[in-house]
Design a protein around this ligand. Structure first.
Ligand SMILES: Nc1nc2c(c(=O)[nH]1)N[C@H]1C(S)=C(S)[C@@H](COP(=O)(O)O)O[C@H]1N2
Ligand SMILES: [Mo]
Length: 316
């Protein structure tokens, strides 16, 4: 049954998007199941070696979404990936993304800066499936069975030095496949970061697949970050570089519009966007509207990370 209560502050989706508008950039713009399914239908986009690395993965039962899994077609056809355009329909443009060969550079405050080929990297981690809730600042949400590995494993491979307090994820810039890069007022490359403590939290995840198959380009192939307790813009897609540093990183959206959207706004539904409430979210697929929970409902895993920090201005 679909229960939809429209309140005064609810905007139609068309008014609530795109993300750039969300971030107050109007001015600049004027300018187990998985294992079974995995053996079937591997898209031709990923390299064979990568496809094998992605499947099969056992579902980790520790993370119960408490919601129905969103239909794959919705997750794969309603995206934010600005390198391919600012509409939600970027899947066909993103099909041009070159995902093979792919490598990830580790640098900054690490014991040994190096670049790892993706297949090589994936040989050194154990993949699993996790069904996680994912919510965008634009107030839509989805529930996705992702394949991947804990971000703490990536930190282990990177071997940061003790002075490293933050991690920055930088994403691909392929001039020939990404028309969005020509929009020079955006601070490319897309990047965002977190504290090393957050990256080591058990909930922080690196995804390489979804629905038992390699990630489609529009969802961030071949490797992306997920912080299920924060809004989706903190989850960089198509990562090419992981940098460890002592200073708080300045992400893509903060560079665009520093007044929006600090940490507390990203995890607390009581902090409204200047133009709408964040108290509820629309579930892709069913269109049902449900209340948004603090830390996206993952407080039991992550709240201790922020103990005593309530009065600090933090931007990750
Ligand atoms: N490289 C890159 N990563 C990105 C974005 C982007 O535009 N470029 N958009 C972010 C935003 S705003 C959201 S909500 C999620 C959307 O992920 P999805 O399309 O898989 O749902 O990706 C995030 N990661
Ligand atoms: Mo988003």
């Amino acid at each position: 049954m679909l229960i939809r209560i429209r309140r005064g502050w609810e905007l139609p989706e068309s008014a609530a998007t795109p993300e750039a508008v969300v971030m107050g950039r109007r001015g600049a713009l004027g300018a187990g199941i998985a294992a079974g399914a995995a053996a079937l239908a591997l898209p031709g986009l990923a390299s064979p070696a990568l496809a094998q690395a992605v499947a099969p993965a056992m579902r980790n039962p520790r993370y119960q979404p408490g919601r129905e899994i969103t239909p794959e077609a919705d997750v794969a056809s309603y995206n934010n990936y600005y390198e391919f355009g600012t509409s939600k329909s970027v899947a066909s443009a993103a099909a041009r993304l070159k995902v093979s060969p792919w490598s990830v550079k580790f640098d900054g405050l690490v014991e040994r800066p190096r670049e790892l080929g993706l297949e090589d990297l994936l040989k050194q981690v154990r993949q699993e499936e996790r069904v996680l809730r994912h919510r965008c600042v634009e107030a839509w949400a989805m529930t996705v069975p992702w394949t991947g590995f804990p971000m703490s494993e990536l930190v282990r491979l990177a071997a940061p030095r003790p002075e490293a307090k933050f991690v920055v994820f930088e994403t691909a810039t392929q001039r020939d496949t990404m028309p969005g890069l020509r929009q020079a007022w955006y601070p490319w490359p897309y990047s965002d970061g977190c504290s090393v403590a957050e990256a080591r939290n058990e909930l922080a995840f690196i995804a390489t697949g979804m629905y038992g198959k390699p990630l489609p380009p529009q969802n961030g192939a071949p490797i992306r970050a997920l912080f299920p307790w924060k809004y989706g813009f903190k989850a960089p897609k198509s990562i090419v570089r992981v940098t460890f540093q002592a200073e708080q990183p300045v992400g893509y959206w903060e560079k665009l519009q520093a007044s929006e959207y600090g940490f507390w706004a990203n995890v607390n539904p009581e902090v409204a966007h200047p133009r709408w409430s964040q108290a509820s979210e629309r579930l892709l697929g069913s269109n049902e509207r449900v209340p948004t929970r603090i830390y996206n409902g993952y407080g039991e895993f992550v709240a201790p990370l922020y103990a005593g920090m309530q009065n600090q201005r933090i931007w990750y």
